[in-house]
Unconditional design. Structure first.
Length: 176
């Protein structure tokens, strides 16, 4: 998947196991499975660059949103949870343009951490369920987080978080 993203974005902007923060004191620093920069570290911000990337790659974002919508409907999650790929709904304090977490053999608690990190760190987050059961768990988790937001409970904004299967993600990236 990293190689496919490198075909779309500048290869130097696509990183595997990207450490989102570097703290000298040993604080927690999540590592995204795949991240697409530019990377906003420290107090830097790339909001305008991310806006430009979103416009340039609106086709990719649209494919991600369509595949995500299919998954949410197939798992009985209301359509209102489907992400809006408009710039207004995206993460404006992102650390990278795309934050991708690939989930295969992890617990549901790890799924929650991955979803949280993808949504918190990426202008757009992508959760890839490698197996049908992980895809279902991710769809339900995202639906739950969206429900919490809609009823005024504390949660993280997931309006820019896509849930896809591995074949869907590959297809979206290659345009097939």
């Amino acid at each position: 998947m990293r190689n496919r993203l490198s075909d779309i974005f500048q290869p130097e902007l696509v990183t595997s196991e990207w450490p989102s923060f570097t703290f000298a004191d040993g604080s927690y620093s999540p590592r995204l499975d795949i991240a697409v920069g530019p990377y906003a570290l420290g107090s830097s911000s790339f909001e305008q660059e991310y806006d430009s990337l979103a416009r340039r790659h609106s086709g990719l974002l649209g494919r991600l949103a369509l595949a995500h919508g299919v998954n949410m409907r197939e798992h009985g999650i209301p359509d209102e949870t489907a992400p809006d790929v408009q710039l207004e709904s995206a993460n404006h304090n992102a650390r990278c343009f795309l934050a991708v977490e690939i989930e295969n053999k992890v617990s549901r608690k790890h799924l929650l951490g991955g979803a949280f990190n993808a949504a918190a760190l990426g202008r757009y987050g992508v959760m890839v369920g490698f197996t049908p059961d992980k895809l279902k768990a991710l769809a339900r988790l995202r639906g739950y987080m969206d429900l919490l937001s809609r009823v005024g409970k504390p949660t993280i904004n997931v309006s820019h978080l896509f849930v896809l299967s591995q074949p869907q993600f590959s297809g979206c990236v290659t345009g097939t």
